[in-house]
Design a protein around this ligand. Structure first.
Ligand code: DGP
Length: 112
């Protein structure tokens, strides 16, 4: 069965897509935590960060390249935060890995 992000990839659920290529897709988060909150995901199904395999290194590394492309595209010059939650205590709620791209306000540290 497809997970929610696979349905977004397959256009079965609408989303506001910012970027797409053969390996990845990026779209605005439905519940934004910053003025700009985008999810960058691989098209390959990897359920949790801790299950990223050696053969996935290129795919996962590519997500960071996409973050740079998006920052350039949206003229984000004052910084952005990239976050990937793993498991329940970290707040992972969708089990298809995704890099949160957060920008547009001063982000506090440590995170909550
Ligand atoms: P996490 O809690 O780290 O697993 O992040 C999951 C994020 O996915 C959360 O910020 C909300 C977002 N999200 C969940 N369902 C949808 C959806 O159907 N569309 C979009 N655009 N975002 C979604």
């Amino acid at each position: 069965m497809k997970n929610i992000f696979e349905k977004i990839i397959d256009r079965e659920i609408p989303s506001d897509i910012v970027y797409e290529d053969d390996i990845s897709i990026a779209f605005y988060d439905i519940n934004p935590q910053a003025p700009t909150h985008i999810l960058i995901i691989p098209k390959k199904r990897i359920t949790r960060p801790e299950l990223i395999d050696k053969i996935d290194e290129e795919v996962v590394g590519h997500l960071f390249t996409v973050a740079r492309i998006i920052a350039n595209k949206l003229n984000i010059s004052k910084g952005y935060r990239l976050v990937m939650n793993n498991g329940e205590d970290a707040g992972q709620s969708v089990f298809h890995i995704h890099l949160h791209f957060l920008a547009g306000r001063k982000l506090s540290w440590p995170p909550g």
